[in-house]
Design a protein around this ligand. Sequence first.
Ligand SMILES: N[C@H](CCC[C@H](N)C(=O)O)C(=O)O
Length: 276
Amino acid sequence: MVPFRKMHGLGNDFVVLDARAGALPVTPARAAAIADRHFGIGCDQFIIMEKPPPGADVFMRIRNPDGSEAGACGNATRCIASLVAEEAGKDRVVVRTIAGDLPVERLPGGLWRADMGPARLRWDDVPLARKVDTLHVPLSLGPVSGPAACSMGNPHATFFVEDLDAIPVAELGPKLERDPIFPDRANIGFAQVLSPAHIRLVIWERGAGLTLACGSGACATVVNAARRGLTGRRATVSLPGGDLVIEWREADGHVLMTGPVATAFSGTLDLGAYGA
Ligand SMILES: N[C@H](CCC[C@H](N)C(=O)O)C(=O)O
């Protein structure tokens, strides 16, 4: 039996295992089985903490429920950072992912601010299948068209809409996620700009579907909105699960994301009981 924590950031939820003392026999298929909301514990992403390389406090491995590995997970970054910071009695830690080092600091009121690194704006960074303007990607489906795209270590496309409630996100999301213009698929954001400092956002997540919040998606949305001149570089993003404050820092192009963390429960898990 292995201990696990069930955590979430604004309802974007995670099963967290700790493999820092040694590798755990977790295959992508087993992670997917544990992430299943009926036959397993259920979560939006399956997170494994691994032994940190020099310069970082922890390595964070991110898997979607379909078993695919992701390069970024903003909400989980805050959750894992809070775990490691509490253990070490620190207010600032560095979480490393396959996309880079993410410094995270504790703020008053139970909030954590993660430096999610630079937004990657080139077509081949997102990545897209061919050289196009990432500010107006030639893609449309039903009532949405012409998204802006960027990477936060994972691919994001943001469709700006007039009325979010009128968009059939659950119908459009899976088709757009797998459009051939996204060779690695993509997280699909549907954003309604409410003011130059406030955006309403719903995300269809790559490999996970509709979630209550998406940290990297909120980051990508503010970057894409600011690039379009629809908002400033700092905005509150209101997701179904709650608000994140995002700042696309002028000095270095890094994106700062501030939000809460929570542990719902802890338990033990018999890994052998799940897929091979
Ligand atoms: N589904 C995403 C990973 C999780 C991102 C999201 N949960 C976040 O908080 O950033 C992907 O495949 O790129």
